[in-house]
Structure formats: structure tokens, C-alpha cells
Design a binder for this molecule. Structure first.
Ligand SMILES: Cc1ncc(COP(=O)(O)O)c(C=O)c1O
Length: 396
């Protein structure tokens, strides 16, 4: 079979020409112009590091926060630039104090690293982790809402809710969940690792207590670019994982939250500095605004998923409206037997080695099954999913 056509915008990414790259979801991928812009910031930093950190960086970071705030509708002072969603989740959970018996809700589809943080923190305080079982395949958002709300008790203090789940690629009804949970006095930690650049976010309207989102995934920012938003009334309790000068810096006309998060020690901040550039320039490069980019990727993911489901004779595991730019298909009702889950699935290796297709395949214990997850980004083409579908038919 001929190799598939690639998306016309692929030339803007430095991805390996020989690979069919269907896994934007894991680590993102950055266009060449953004990498060049990051290098320009690094050169500026090394031209005079003192001038850079003391005169240039504060304004550059303010502009970056303003750019992000505009995109997700919040005040830029309520945002902290951080390295990744894992550290965002850790920052919140490790700042909070719990009492013995307090309950923390987490759905079974949540990202394992973040679940580990919840387990770690719960053990330290004697809090109880309530796993909310959500099925997959799934027919409607209402099932998720009912299951999560059923877990709420008088002891519930916090719920960690995903925007889009990692193993199963479900776009959660997070807006509704935030509204219902917060109105019951449950603080929501929104894990929007798949968030900015993938789905519209309106932080002020949603009103979640805490939101963390990766810019290095769907905004295509350089690795190590993410944000944490903390609602104003909760900022006093939340401290960065690294305590630094900000703790004692004279307050002036700003907040302790700002001081603490603006400086956590010397580090390369060039990835954060490129945000205003990338928001404008990626959009110009591809001739679409960000709403159109998100819609483009979503439409392609749904198309790609349905192509594969048709070819394999699988009923799509959820309605189209529960899909954004990643989509998971259950290829087997049970986890693969006798397989170490920390090692790559043999099918993943076969697809990569024999067909040069980069796509994740994994087993997940709950909901039990073996899954393949596709991603759709501007550089992808419908043909790539047709090709994957035909290869899967042969391999499975
Ligand atoms: C839902 C979810 N949360 C958190 C993360 C962690 O992201 P990072 O490794 O950038 O911290 C991921 C990564 O894929 C994810 O899918």
C-alpha cells in the first residue's frame, strides 16, 4: 500500500519525514518558526543575563500572561506560568491542607501521574480518595455528570476533573461539573492538560477553583510551557513548589501570589517568552484563527476515528460531540494478558517498527480494555487515518 499523503501544513514542523505522526497528544510538537523564536530569546538572555532577568524578563512574562489570559478569559494576575500540568496539579495538591476523613474525588479516566499525586497527598493527611467509575464506551455526558455527582458527600473537599481524558480521549462535561461541584462547596482542580489550543476555555465564566493547562500540547509551544490559574479568593493558600524570594519580597501594589510565582529561581524562561509570538504567528502561518484551528483538528479527529471504526467494524465508543482533537478506540475488551503495563504495547512497537506509524496503544485496567488513541493536528491528513485503519485490519 502506498504511503499516505501528509497535511499541507506539515512543512512548518520539523517532524521526521518518514513517520506518520498521529500522537500530538502526548508531548505536542512545535513548528520551526516557534523554535527559531525561542532561540532568539535565548540569545537575548545570554547577551546580558543581568539585564535580561532584571529589565527584560518581567515585562516579557507579563506580556505572555496577558496573551494567555485573553485566550482563556481571565485576569492575567491570576495566572502563573509553570512548566507542565503535572507540576500544576502538584502545586495545588501539595499546598492544600486536609483533615482526616476528607474526601477527594477522581474519575477512573484521570492521568496516572496526577492520580499518583492525589494518592500521595491523601495518604499524608489521612484523606480518602473516591474513585468515580465512568464506563467506556459511553453514550452521553449525563452518565458522567450523574456518576461524579453521586460521589459527592458531606466530606468531599476536592474533585480533580479532566477537560479531556488521557487514556480514553473523552471531552468531559467539565463546565457543568464545575458548576455543580463548586455550588456544593467542592473545590474543583481542573486538569486541562489537553486544554488551551484544543478546546475553548472561559475560566472566569466557569469558576473552577484551580485550573492547569499545557501550552506545549495544543498551542504547540516549546516543551515546559504551561499555566496555573488560581481563583482570587484561594490564592493565599497556594504556593509554588519552590519557595524563593517572593515569600519575603515587599508586597508593594501586587499580591504575594504574584511575587511567589514570578520568581522560583534562575531558569531558562525562553519557552514562556515566545507565547505572544506563537499565538499570532501560528495563526498567520496557517491562515486560521485559534477557534478555526481547534475546529479543524476536532473535525479531523472525528473523521479519523470514524474511518478506523468503520474499517475495523467497531461501534464508535462515544458520540462525536464527546470528541475533541484526540480520540480513543477500544480494540479489545480486556487488557493485554501478562504484559508489563510500563512497557510499550507490542502493537505500538509493530506499528512503529514495520510501518513507521507513531500512535499510542495501551492497556488500561479501569475501564478494562486495550486502546488505541489518535490525535489530529494541523499537519495531519485524512489519508493517514485510512492508512492506519488498513494496517490495523491486517495486524489485529
Ligand atoms: C490529562 C493529563 N493530565 C496531565 C498530563 C501531564 O502533562 P505533562 O507531562 O505536560 O505534565 C497529561 C499528559 O498527557 C494528561 O493527558
Amino acid at each position: 500500500m502506498n504511503r499516505p499523503e501528509k497535511g499541507s501544513m506539515r512543512k512548518h514542523w520539523g517532524l521526521d519525514d518518514k513517520t506518520i505522526f498521529l500522537n500530538h497528544g502526548s508531548y505536542g510538537a512545535t513548528p520551526t518558526i516557534v523554535m527559531d523564536e525561542q532561540k532568539r530569546w535565548q540569545h537575548l538572555m545570554e547577551k546580558d543575563p543581568v539585564k535580561f532577568y532584571e529589565e527584560i524578563a518581567p515585562d516579557a512574562l507579563l506580556q505572555s500572561r496577558k496573551t494567555i489570559a485573553k485566550l482563556v478569559n481571565c485576569h492575567h494576575d491570576d495566572l502563573a506560568l509553570i512548566e507542565n500540568a503535572t507540576s500544576g496539579v502538584n502545586t495545588v495538591l501539595r499546598s492544600l491542607e486536609f483533615e482526616k476523613g476528607d474526601e477527594i474525588i477522581v474519575p477512573n479516566h484521570s492521568y496516572q501521574a496526577c492520580r499518583n499525586t492525589i494518592d500521595f497527598v491523601a495518604k499524608k493527611w489521612g484523606a480518602v480518595v473516591i474513585t468515580c467509575d465512568i464506563p467506556f464506551p459511553i453514550e452521553s455526558n449525563q452518565i458522567i455528570i450523574d456518576r461524579v455527582m453521586k460521589c459527592v458527600s458531606k466530606n468531599t473537599k476536592l474533585a480533580m476533573i479532566d477537560t479531556v481524558t488521557s487514556p480514553t480521549g473523552i471531552r468531559m462535561p467539565f463546565e457543568k461539573l464545575i458548576q455543580l461541584l463548586e455550588s456544593r462547596g467542592v473545590n474543583v482542580l481542573l486538569d486541562a492538560a489537553h486544554g488551551i489550543g484544543m478546546i475553548p476555555l472561559n475560566l472566569d465564566a466557569m469558576g473552577a477553583s484551580y485550573t492547569t493547562s499545557n501550552c506545549h500540547k495544543w498551542l504547540c509551544a516549546p516543551k515546559g510551557t504551561a499555566f496555573l490559574h488560581v481563583r482570587k479568593d484561594l490564592q493565599e493558600q497556594i504556593h509554588p513548589l519552590v519557595i524563593s524570594h517572593g515569600m519575603t519580597f515587599p508586597l508593594g501594589d501586587t499580591t504575594r501570589f504574584r511575587h511567589e510565582f514570578d520568581w522560583t529561581g534562575t531558569r531558562d524562561i525562553s519557552a514562556w517568552c515566545v507565547l505572544p509570538f506563537l499565538i499570532k504567528e501560528i495563526s498567520l502561518l496557517v491562515g486560521m484563527n485559534w477557534d478555526e484551528i481547534m475546529q479543524h483538528n476536532k473535525t479531523l479527529a472525528i473523521k479519523g476515528r470514524n474511518i478506523i471504526c468503520n474499517e475495523l467494524n467497531i461501534v464508535p465508543p462515544c458520540p462525536d460531540e464527546m470528541i475533541s482533537s484526540i480520540a480513543t478506540i477500544k480494540i479489545s475488551p480486556k487488557q493485554i494478558e501478562n504484559h508489563n503495563l510500563h512497557e510499550p504495547d507490542p502493537l505500538h512497537l509493530e506499528l512503529l517498527k514495520n510501518y513507521k506509524i507513531q500512535v499510542p496503544v495501551w492497556s488500561w485496567p479501569n475501564p478494562d480494555g486495550r486502546y488505541i488513541r489518535i490525535s489530529s493536528q494541523l499537519y495531519n491528513h485524512e489519508d493517514e487515518y485510512k492508512y492506519l485503519a488498513s494496517i490495523l485490519k491486517k495486524c489485529l
